[in-house]
Design a binder for this molecule. Sequence first.
Ligand code: S3P
Length: 425
Amino acid sequence: MLKKVSKLNKGLCGSVEIPSDKSISHRAVMFASLACGKSVIKNFSNGADPQSSLSVFKSLGVQAEFIDKKTLEIISSGKLCATQKNLDCGNSGTTMRLVSGILAGQNFKSTLVGDDSLSKRPMKRIIDPLTLMGAKITSKDGHAPLTIAGANLQGIDYVSKLSSAQVKSCILLAGMNADGITTFTEPYLSRNHTELLLKYMGADIEVENTTVKIHKSELAPKTIEICGDISSAAFFIAAALIVPDSDIILKNVGLNPTRSGILDVAENMGADIEILDRRIISGEICGDIRVRYSNLKGCVIEKDLIPRLIDELPVIAVMAALADGETIVKDAQDLRNKESDRISTVVSQLQKIGADIDETPDGFVINGKRSLDGNAVVECFHDHRLAMSFYVAGLVCENPVSIDGFEWVDISFPEFERLMTGLCG
Ligand code: S3P
């Protein structure tokens, strides 16, 4: 679908309730499926990715029913059942990587498949440590389809070169079913929703700095309430910061510090952002965010900040393209392994609309400009976050921007355009 976006002639205003967090939704459905009894998940995401996780667990014999539009009831015996069907993870790396950790220690064989984009993403990062634990996995040269023959797992002490919540969660979930203790250490802290939710559901898990230790554990069923997704809020934060005269409130946004790097970067860039009504729901910090149009300035984004804003880098590039001075993003080489190679796709498409941005091996360098020309058709490369980032850029370009493949927003945020136009008056 080709979506044309034109320059706004006034600021964004009003407030918007940010839809459910995708990362937490995946984990909620997975962990509820592993607990014996009835769990209730409030505010479950309607994005296609969490729905892929839900359908995988239904195929594995878990009973799941929506009791209203956003409330999901999961009833499980705590044991998963073998299926002859391929388990379809769609476009979702989180589904494939976390489910692999769960299936590695079952007493049956399963096959995980994904769409074209997911089938190109690296799985060696989970196959290697799972194999060290005793898992039996065959793949297509480190890519999906993955066939996992259940095995008895042994705990390992794994020091990862990557800071990746998907790898960490995969190993912790395998560790929950392994003999002995499993320890996972990463260079910088990645999002910790797995650790928080496993703890909330009774797992024997300890965290010290960037090391997590898990013992064989059983989970208790729970009511899990999910906050709004800061990665979805990011598009509204960026839009309000760059569209003159904007003043908006984003309600019920997850503010977990392992996810809120965009707020730190915005502050460094001189943004006018205020957090209102900070609170805790189901072990996660959340709150409302007020964002006003600001004159942004460039900054350096690197090291431990990267995992805290990894999914926001495409839209941060849009902010930087309009900021005063230079922005440098480095240490972000894993961006090349996302739904698209987000270093080359972001750079090539923002260049088309007039941004001064250059690719580096592990990020990009942007020289901000007062205005962007637009007047181009940009591609999404089947990548939802690119579609929404380019939409935000289109709101300030001098000439319309057409986004090819805009329907990919449905992967994480089907309501994106409706909510954005609501703030445009
Ligand atoms: C996710 C972790 C991140 C992120 C992805 C969701 C998760 O991936 O990019 O969108 O839910 O655990 P990595 O852990 O591979 O960096």
